[in-house]
Design a protein around this ligand. Sequence first.
Ligand code: DX5
Ligand code: ZN
Length: 220
Amino acid sequence: MQISPSILSADFANLERELGRISNADWAHVDVMDGHFVPNLTLGLPVVEALARVSAVPLDCHLMIDDPDRWAPQYAEAGAGSVTFHVEAARDPRAVARALRSAGARAGLALKPGTAFPPYEELLPDLDMVLVMTVEPGFGGQSFMADQLPKVAQVRQAVRDHGGEIWVQVDGGVSAGTIEQCAEAGADVFVAGSAVYGADDAAQAVEHLRALATAHCHSR
Ligand code: DX5
Ligand code: ZN
């Protein structure tokens, strides 16, 4: 069970220090938004390159951008350990996933709440992770959408049937109050922004979330 704190809720004026607050996490989740795919604009390649230089934990880049076919591999080259793109934005998702792996990153496929998983099950051989969004992408601090849990369970079942080592990530509204149901549904990588960076002791929040998830682990 892995915790990936989202720096979207961190102090953008002090990102190196903010990464230092979560050095016990498994990943640092970096939300890249382009102002087109989602109605918000955050950061891009130069900032990801800089974060990769100073982060003690690998970067888990979540690309909420148009045209990942063009841009996604560059995030792998910039040093991200995992790069997740949205299937809704990709022209050729399989090619994007393969390009990410060739560039040395884990390949993740993200689904917005309104996007069904079954049409994409055939992509599993080229994927390392499936991200089930539990809010509409674009902003931190939104309420968890429990109606996405059946999709988490559906993806977990498909991953089990497929037999590979593919992670199932949830992102949006994940907190001490919601992480257990995510773990029970079959998630094994948990993004948490406000629940970690809103805490006085971010590292302790990471430990607490990991302990709750581990106690409700249904992913194997
Ligand atoms: C939303 C982002 C999330 C966001 C989560 O579009 O993808 O990663 O930072 O924030 P919380 O955990 O506060 O919902
Ligand atoms: Zn995210």
